[in-house]
Design a protein around this ligand. Structure first.
Ligand code: Z16
Length: 822
């Protein structure tokens, strides 16, 4: 018998003819479609299967290498991933875009139309989930062995539609057309227990062990999605868990005639991975959420132990095989679960297990917002995970002994550090658990890491200063430049060579061209063409016509008071009122573009969307300001839409109150695409400004220290309103009913600002207006603006997620990078 060796497979030839043949084979053999009857969606599935073969082949080989060389793998535990559409990204990474285009062209099929068919997996809320996906992309690119573990939500983040100016949530159906990227792994199934009680038993060796007798057992099924790297022979694996009923359990109830209970049990089990919670920075304490967290964390750790034992490696060297990163506290129960698995299941002594646990886990914090910090009522956690509560108590007892030794007699410190909040109803503090159980704790930007050490985790920093470090976030330049902005990509390649997507510091090479008028005009041409494309998309999605030559002023991100989309709107409406008063005012034409989802239960965030749509309706239909300003609320901001919006931005709005945005990553994506930033000294803005140069960044607002001082001194927003006529005019305007709708539609927003203003909009209003004035002035000097735009891109190399991953490898994971890019 003659067979091709893997790697020389007929399915993975790289010529246009090979690709076309494989595509047709998949259409007919895998999908059962006649080419003459196939739809665009069939074409998409067939091409996806074709490309998946190429990715799988690399993935299998890189995993095999990891096993034979016993390499320490990175496990990135995250309740959220936001990969975006896969197909175009894989083609880019494999260097097959042109070939695929040619292969399909030969059949009269348009690649772009095929790419448009893919439903993106919206398995995350925003920055945290997208960061996880950028990191898998970079892990694969720099050649680190990795698995991203998470939940295969059947329903991801809702689709946002706008009806009568309000956000209306529509159920996400990402799996409805079938998902060609995932592979079900029957061999990796896990069981996860819930409830019941614990017993002390004596094992065969005469040793006392705790045995957990659960009330319920749920099955975790693994679905693998390979994540390719750019120009790399390594693949990352995204392994997502789907919950299913354990069959035997169904039958037991069924056989006893308790059919209803049997079905109930099945439904409850399947519900675990049904739906993503749509709150980005709000802990609501729902039991189902805790179940989800434990479910995927337990599946992940059991899976790692299984792989470990397949390698023939004993459980006490778990930390040598795995570096486990906790993406926020969502998987923090891992601390107790790994202890349980090592002590109860694998019979390690407590101290040995604790050393292994602490050498394995590391924790990334993503927010300082107190309402986002997770804590679970002791009764809820103990009811669901009785053994884990015992383990948490024991960890706490050891830990508090250590604290007493370091700080004798300091009971208040003890109470603050304790894993249990006992100030009222008792809670388990997940951030404390994560800190105690981790090797390293990091924030996501310099300022954020510093504030972490000074505020939320100050007592931990005093106890273990060396545990703390910073890893500034990064973004993948493959998806967010090469794929999203091919025009810019071409110009960068022509000017800086072709290696920039895998070595972003190469962008520096364009800096000498800043003063070349020809280069500047090419640069402007690229941006204008991106703006034309976005204008067409805006017209299609909203019916609004915008001028591509106007300044595109963009704020796209989750809607949140601390992000201050309403400060942006105060500026929009101030400009509008000024134009009404003074039609000849020398204000350059601007298009304000907003986008972002509000958590369905977040009342004020939904009012902020309503304010944006009201401003849009009023301004776009007022002939007095025609050709001057326009306002767009772009519905359903997601990864795909982001890829159309970022490349068209002239101005990036990063206006959060200083000290509130942990990092931000949209700020990086826009600056990398040549937008100038108007922003506060918050999150990664601080580092972006340092990198691109203060003269190429519009800074305004209080800094984090001034925010604390102002609040402490008794901030009175109404005084600002009383003393500033412009501010008074715009607030009164919003409250007057002139924006249409019910007269008191915006009363809650106005009252919130005048009486509380927790995010100090009124304090930063003047500074913001002044910075916007500087924006307008620079915009009127196109050569100077272009120069600043080029310098933004040229100097953003450090914000590649490849750099972040290298930092993690050095400072956190202690993993060697196989492939050093030249
Ligand atoms: C999230 O997206 C973030 C923090 C958080 O606690 C929960 C969610 Cl869903 C964001 C931060 O707000 C943002 O500043 C940061 O850039 C991002 O996480 C990634 O670190």
């Amino acid at each position: 018998m003659k067979t091709k060796t893997p790697g020389a497979s007929i399915r993975t030839g790289t010529g246009a003819d090979d690709l076309r043949q494989a595509f047709l084979d998949n259409l007919v053999c895998a999908l059962g479609r006649l080419p003459s009857h196939a739809t665009s969606h069939d074409h998409y599935l067939a091409l996806a299967l074709t490309v998946r073969d190429h990715v799988m082949e690399r993935g299998v080989k890189s995993f095999e290498r990891g096993d034979t060389q016993q390499i320490r793998r990175v496990a990135y535990l995250s309740a959220e991933f936001l990969p975006g559409p896969h197909l175009g990204n894989h083609l880019l990474n494999l260097g097959l875009t042109g070939t695929a285009d040619k292969a399909l062209d030969g059949l009269g099929i348009d690649l772009d139309q095929v790419l448009a068919q893919e439903q993106e997996p919206g398995l995350g809320n925003g920055g945290l989930g997208r960061l996880a996906s950028c990191y898998l992309d970079s892990l694969a690119t720099v050649g680190v062995q990795s698995v991203g573990y998470g939940i295969r939500y059947e329903f991801g983040i809702f689709d946002q539609t706008i009806r009568d100016g309000w956000q209306v949530e529509v159920t996400d159906k990402w799996l409805h057309g079938g998902n060609p990227w995932e592979v079900y792994r029957p061999g990796a199934v896990q069981e996860v227990k819930f409830g019941g009680h614990t017993e002390v038993v004596t094992d065969a060796a005469g040793r006392s062990r705790v045995h957990w007798v659960p009330a319920i057992v749920v099955r975790g099924e693994a679905y693998d999605t390979p994540i390719s790297g750019f120009d790399s022979d390594t693949c990352a694996l995204m392994r997502l868990w789907k919950s299913e009923a354990v069959e035997s359990f169904d039958f037991e109830a069924f056989n006893h005639g308790d059919y209803d209970r049997a079905v109930e049990q099945k439904v409850a089990s399947e519900n675990l991975s049904k739906v993503l919670y749509p709150n980005d920075e709000l802990h609501r304490g729902k039991e189902l959420r805790l179940k989800q967290q434990y479910f995927f964390t337990s599946c992940a750790l059991q899976d790692m132990l299984r792989i470990q034992s397949l390698r023939g490696s004993p459980p006490d060297s778990f930390h040598r095989n795995w570096a486990v990163q906790l993406n926020d506290t969502h998987p923090a129960i891992a601390v107790a679960e790994l202890m349980r698995l090592l002590v109860d299941v694998h019979a390690l002594e407590w101290d040995a297990a604790w050393s292994v646990t602490r050498a394995t886990l590391s924790y990334t914090n993503h927010t300082l917002l107190p309402e986002a910090l997770e804590r679970w009522p002791v009764d809820m956690l103990g009811g669901l995970l009785p053994r884990h509560l015992e383990i948490i108590y024991e960890i706490n007892a050891h830990f508090l002994d250590e604290v007493r030794a370091a700080f004798p007699g300091d009971d208040e410190r003890l109470a603050r550090l304790s894993l249990i909040d006992e100030s009222g109803l008792r809670y388990v503090r997940m951030a404390n658990l994560a800190c105690v159980g981790s090797q390293t704790v990091n924030g996501v930007a310099e300022l954020h890491s510093e504030l972490l050490r000074q505020t939320v985790l100050v007592d931990f920093a005093a106890l273990w200063p060396d545990k703390f470090t910073n890893v500034t976030n990064g973004v993948t330049p493959r998806r967010f430049v090469a794929l999203a902005n091919p025009g810019l990509g071409k110009l960068l390649t022509k000017t800086a060579g072709k290696s920039w997507p895998g070595d972003l510091d190469k962008l520096r090479k364009i800096e000498p061209h800043t003063d070349d008028p020809r280069f500047r005009s090419e640069w402007r041409e690229v941006k204008l063409s991106n703006k034309r494309q976005l204008a067409a998309l805006i017209a299609e999605r909203t019916g609004i016509e915008v001028a591509p030559e106007s300044l595109f002023d963009v704020q796209v991100k989750r809607i949140h008071e601390y992000k201050r989309q309403h400060l942006n709107l105060l500026h929009v409406l101030t400009l509008y009122l000024r134009l009404k008063r003074d039609p000849k005012a020398d204000i350059p034409a601007r298009t304000f573009i907003f986008g972002g989802k509000a958590a369905p239960g977040y009342f004020l965030a939904k009012r902020i969307i309503r304010l944006a749509t009201a401003a849009s309706d009023l301004i776009n239909n007022d002939r007095d300001v025609a050709g001057r300003i326009k306002v767009v609320f772009f519905p359903d901001f997601n990864v795909r839409n982001a890829q159309s919006i970022y490349p068209a931005a002239d101005l990036s709005e990063q206006v959060s109150l200083a000290g509130m945005e942990a990092s931000g990553t949209g700020n990086m994506k826009m600056s990398l695409n040549g937008a100038l930033t108007i922003g506060t000294l918050d999150g990664a803005n601080v580092e972006i400004r340092e990198a691109v140069g203060a003269e190429n960044f519009f800074l305004f607002g209080l800094n984090a220290g001034e925010v604390v001082a102002l609040k402490r001194g008794g901030y009175r927003p109404r005084d600002r309103y009383d003393s500033d006529p412009l501010l008074r005019e715009v607030i009164d305007f919003i409250g007057s009913g002139a924006l249409g709708g019910d007269v008191d539609l915006f009363q809650p927003l106005v009252a919130n600002l005048l009486d509380h203003d927790p995010y100090l909009l009124l304090a930063d209003y003047r500074g913001y207006l002044n910075a916007q004035q500087r924006v307008s002035e620079l915009w009127m000097d196109p050569e100077a603006w272009t120069r600043a735009s080029i310098l933004n891109t040229a100097r953003m190399g450090r914000f590649s997620s490849d750099r972040s991953i290298r930092d993690y490898c050095q400072r956190v994971w202690n993993v060697n990078i196989k492939k050093q890019k030249k």
